[in-house]
Ligand binder design. Structure first.
Ligand SMILES: *[C@@H]1O[C@H](CO)[C@@H](O)[C@H](O)[C@H]1NC(C)=O
Ligand SMILES: *[C@@H]1O[C@H](CO)[C@@H](O)[C@H](O)[C@H]1NC(C)=O
Ligand SMILES: *[C@@H]1O[C@H](CO)[C@@H](O)[C@H](O)[C@H]1NC(C)=O
Ligand SMILES: *[C@@H]1O[C@H](CO)[C@@H](O)[C@H](O)[C@H]1NC(C)=O
Ligand SMILES: *[C@@H]1O[C@H](CO)[C@@H](O)[C@H](O)[C@H]1NC(C)=O
Ligand SMILES: *[C@@H]1O[C@H](CO)[C@@H](O)[C@H](O)[C@H]1NC(C)=O
Ligand SMILES: *[C@@H]1O[C@H](CO)[C@@H](O)[C@H](O)[C@H]1NC(C)=O
Ligand SMILES: *[C@@H]1O[C@H](CO)[C@@H](O)[C@H](O)[C@H]1NC(C)=O
Ligand SMILES: *[C@@H]1O[C@H](CO)[C@@H](O)[C@H](O)[C@H]1NC(C)=O
Ligand SMILES: *[C@@H]1O[C@H](CO)[C@@H](O)[C@H](O)[C@H]1NC(C)=O
Ligand SMILES: *[C@@H]1O[C@H](CO)[C@@H](O)[C@H](O)[C@H]1NC(C)=O
Ligand SMILES: CC(=O)N[C@H]1CO[C@H](CO)[C@@H](O)[C@@H]1O
Length: 760
């Protein structure tokens, strides 16, 4: 057969089977007058399948009546009659049909039986080439009184149905074997959940484990692709009488089956090629396929690494125990919908309405009219899409799929939509940023007098000013020199002005006159974070709850810069002195976007000028000049440790000469006493598990390789909930003293380091 990359040679355990039956005269039927003794088998007409007795382990003397492939030399059991009651006395095993079908032993013990309600005339038991064992009357060729396909074990064969008869309530489901040597039903099962939009569901016990999603007219959204399952094609049937899943094999000369394998808690798609069973697929495959792995009202992005895969739906925020909660309540009539693409639709347990003939507009209307409707989607994605499915309540098990899925519309309050709409308008029309006259600013700051100087930053000095109307402002006087022309400067100003978030300092205006370039910001009365956390007396002001709020605020501000604004803005110089505090101690990030104004190119990762601060700067940025959102995440990691410990990463008087804070924190972590890192001043107000979580998250942010660091949306999620965090590796202990032994590198680093700014 062809070379499939995913072929995995299969399973040795079937080799352990010990067939004990021998065919005497090949026949596919037994009648009323006969019975099948232990050394006899039935063989289907064309020799595809065989029924007989077998043992899994001849040491235990446990015998089972089973069906296996006749043409495949590796004995492969597809069905077992007496799963729960093995026969122990093999010399007296008999299958008797006499108005009933029963497997007895010693003339008294019934190991397995079939109930037939009426008296049969000339009953016949026949093994078909499909692998189906049927009981029928002699003259009724196609009317089965009982069939093994109705009682599946761990294996689904072509032609078998997995689903429910809606008239009688009769259900066909798969249950895995307990283990390789015990075919009795295990905990892993697969069945059709009959909701208004039926969905096949795999469970461990009663817990949902995995679903490919409901049938969308074309397929199951999240099933393996054609490439991975070349021989299998799927069938979905739904009527008033019956709902089921089934599969066909595209090439009849290649046997294939689907098996629930409890040791690995997977569903395997197996085909017989090259003289062995090969696994063509094994589900669930990836993190995102675990049932609702991100919790309620969130989605899992298949294309992202595990640590970044989960995110709340728009209009929701992380819940403390996992999953997401609505940010603001719905208003009913005035609500709107956010569209998601390439989605596996939510678990249909909360789907309350399905109509195959409605169109999308009617669907939206119907959802909007019912205040408890939370989402809608087409139920059939063929062509332009048709049909309508509506959900209520919390939404579970949403995935963003790489190459499948469909559009899904999630209800949000109008205010949330306004945020999205406004940014659309902004794209067309840039907001006016007020231009101030230099004389106005000069007089508001007493001609940039030293007494009004608030600080000296990387990009120039900052002054406090008071406008004539009494409004206070902060003026950043950019150090000129290189930089850009007036037009580029104005463009950048317009872009920065668009970045508006409650955790960012707001740009109020600018001034460009003579050789001055000034940025006018809202004034922050409570200075910057470093003023508090590193100061012997001021640090008392910030108790743990305040610090935790500040941490979460910084994370949200940074997330906005990286992801939620229309631009991707990399801060490049995040540090305690760039986090300002308003009158309620809310953190506001400052100096964002300045690297752009000063000529850095954000769109290419390489820049010749390294902007940043010793102690905060990520190694790949310092050494190679590579910056990305992940270098900001690194700086955030350092800041997190500083806020928790009240110590500076670099040059703290309380730390040993040879260690920095990151190294010290890692040492405590490895020694199992991370809580000793917590600043003495906040020990009383401190919530240990929150602090521990912060320390843990900081190590994830400080990973050596940018790819291993989480993105800010994951950081926000991790801060806000008690989800399990991955184990951190040793963080990059880099603080600006380059220990690289690579001479070439050292030379270029020394050049770069002249422009790396010393922390204030
Ligand atoms: C099969 O078993 C029956 C009873 O156990 C015995 O009478 C018969 O001789 C056996 N036949 C063969 C071919 O072993
Ligand atoms: C099973 O039976 C075979 C043949 O009788 C014997 O060689 C083998 O050792 C037995 N295996 C076990 C595990 O008892
Ligand atoms: C089959 O059923 C008939 C009548 O119920 C009974 O007389 C007969 O003994 C049964 N045969 C066997 C083999 O059980
Ligand atoms: C089973 O019953 C039949 C008929 O009653 C008898 O001939 C046979 O010896 C019994 N077999 C055993 C193992 O008890
Ligand atoms: C057959 O009927 C008996 C008595 O009604 C019941 O206990 C048994 O579970 C039934 N067996 C099957 C396989 O349905
Ligand atoms: C079906 O499988 C057989 C055996 O592997 C192969 O020779 C044949 O080309 C296949 N047919 C098709 C249509 O793929
Ligand atoms: C949020 O968490 C609480 C427990 O802290 C839980 O009771 C509630 O169901 C969760 N809400 C959602 C939507 O998951
Ligand atoms: C489905 O929608 C169509 C079009 O709106 C409507 O005429 C029909 O009555 C609906 N069917 C059901 C079962 O609600
Ligand atoms: C509104 O939705 C709920 C499900 O959340 C459903 O039970 C109810 O029947 C719907 N009401 C109308 C008028 O469709
Ligand atoms: C401000 O300072 C500049 C020189 O630094 C000087 O030329 C100017 O006259 C001063 N203006 C005021 C109002 O003090
Ligand atoms: C040293 O740096 C050069 C240039 O970046 C690189 O090609 C080389 O692999 C490095 N050597 C070591 C030992 O890191
Ligand atoms: C701790 C601290 O300095 N808090 C101040 C923050 O700013 C407000 C408004 O100026 C003051 O009232 C607080 O005292």
């Amino acid at each position: 057969m062809a070379n499939f990359n995913i072929l995995i040679p299969i399973i040795t355990f079937y080799l352990l089977l010990f067939p004990i039956s021998k065919t005497i005269a090949e026949t596919d039927t037994i009648t009323n007058l006969h019975s099948l003794s232990k050394n006899q088998t039935l063989v289907s007409k064309n020799g595809q399948f065989e029924l007989g007795f077998f043992t899994l382990d001849n040491s235990t003397n446990h015998y089972y009546l089973a069906i296996w492939y006749k043409k495949i030399p590796l004995q492969t059991i597809v069905w077992v009659a007496n799963r729960e009651k093995p026969a122990t006395n093999p010399n007296s095993l008999q299958l008797i049909i006499n108005n009933t079908l029963l497997l007895g032993q010693d003339n008294k013990t019934v190991l397995w039986s079939v109930n037939i309600t009426r008296k049969l005339k000339n009953p016949i038991l026949q093994l078909l080439d499909s692998g189906n064992l049927v009981l029928r009357e002699d003259n009724e060729e196609n009317k089965y009184l009982w069939q093994s396909f109705d009682y599946p074990g761990n294996t689904l064969l072509p032609g078998m149905k997995l689903g429910k008869d809606l008239r009688t309530g009769f259900e066909r489901r798969l249950t895995a074997w307990k283990n390789e040597k015990d075919p009795s039903p295990g905990t892993l099962s697969w069945e059709m959940d009959v909701t208004v939009w039926p969905e096949p569901m795999q469970r461990i016990g009663s817990m949902k484990q995995f679903s490919t999603g409901a049938w969308n007219g074309l397929d199951y959204a999240s099933k393996p692709t054609r490439k991975n399952l070349p021989f299998f094609s799927f069938v979905y049937f739904s009527s008033q009488d019956e709902v089921y899943f089934a599969f066909n094999l595209e090439n009849n000369s290649v046997p294939g089956r689907i098996v629930l394998d409890q040791p690995s808690y997977r569903r395997l798609y197996l085909a017989w090629t090259d003289k062995q069973w090969v696994i063509f697929n094994s589900l669930p495959r990836v993190f995102c396929e675990r049932y609702s792995v991100c919790g309620a009202n969130s989605h899992c992005d298949w294309s992202k690494s595990e640590i970044d895969a989960c995110d709340c739906l728009r209009g929701f925020r992380p819940n403390h125990t996992g999953g997401c909660l609505r940010d603001k309540p719905l208003n009913c009539e005035s609500d709107g919908f956010v569209k998601y693409v390439k989605m596996k639709v939510p678990d249909t347990e909360n789907c309350w309405y399905l109509n195959q003939s409605m169109n999308l507009d009617e669907c939206r209307e119907k959802c909007l009219r019912n205040c408890s409707c939370t989402a809608y989607a087409n139920s059939d994605i063929r062509g332009e899409g048709s049909g309508c499915a509506l959900w209520s309540g919390d939404l579970y098990d949403l995935r963003i799929l790489p190459d499948a899925g469909q559009d899904l519309y999630i209800r949000v309050p109008a205010s949330e939509l306004a945020l999205i709409d406004r940014s659309k308008e902004e794209q067309e029309e840039d907001p006016e940023v007020p231009l101030y006259d230099l004389s106005v600013i000069a007089s508001s700051t007493d001609n940039f007098s030293d007494k009004n100087k608030l600080g000296e930053g990387g990009f120039g000095s900052v002054f406090k000013g008071t406008l004539e109307n009494g409004q206070r402002i902060a003026v950043k006087r950019l150090s000129t020199g290189s930089g850009q022309g007036i037009k580029e400067f104005k463009n950048e100003i317009a872009l920065i002005a668009k970045l508006q978030h409650r955790n960012l300092v707001k740009l109020q205006g600018y001034c460009i006159q003579n050789k001055e370039k000034l940025l006018i910001y809202e004034y922050m009365p409570n200075k910057s974070l470093d003023f508090f956390i590193f100061d012997q007396t001021q640090r008392m002001v910030l108790d743990w709850p305040t610090r935790f709020d500040i941490i979460c605020g910084i994370a949200r501000g940074l997330l906005y810069l990286h992801q939620d604004s229309r631009l991707t803005v990399i801060h490049r110089d995040l540090k305690a002195s760039n986090v300002l505090l308003d009158d309620e101690m809310n953190p506001k990030i400052s100096d964002f976007g300045l690297a752009r104004i000063l000529g850095g190119d954000q769109t290419t990762e390489m820049t010749r000028r390294v902007v940043g601060t010793y102690g905060y700067i990520a190694p790949e940025y310092a050494i190679d000049g590579n910056f990305s959102v992940k270098s900001d995440v690194f700086s955030f990691g350092v800041l997190l440790l500083e806020i928790v410990s009240g110590k500076k990463n670099r040059g703290d008087e309380h730390l040993n000469e040879n260690t920095n804070l990151v190294g010290y924190a890692w040492k405590l972590w490895m020694e199992g006493r991370p809580l000793e890192l917590i600043s003495e001043d906040i020990k009383e107000s401190c919530n240990g598990s929150e602090a521990l979580r912060c320390i843990h998250i900081s190590f994830l942010c400080l990973e050596q390789h940018p790819h291993d660091r989480p993105c800010m949306s994951s950081v926000v999620t991790m801060l806000g909930s008690e989800i399990c965090l991955p184990k951190p590796k040793q963080p990059a202990l880099f603080v600006g003293e380059y220990s690289s032994s690579n001479k070439t590198n050292l030379a270029s680093v020394n050049e770069l380091s002249t422009s790396i700014l010393e922390a204030r």
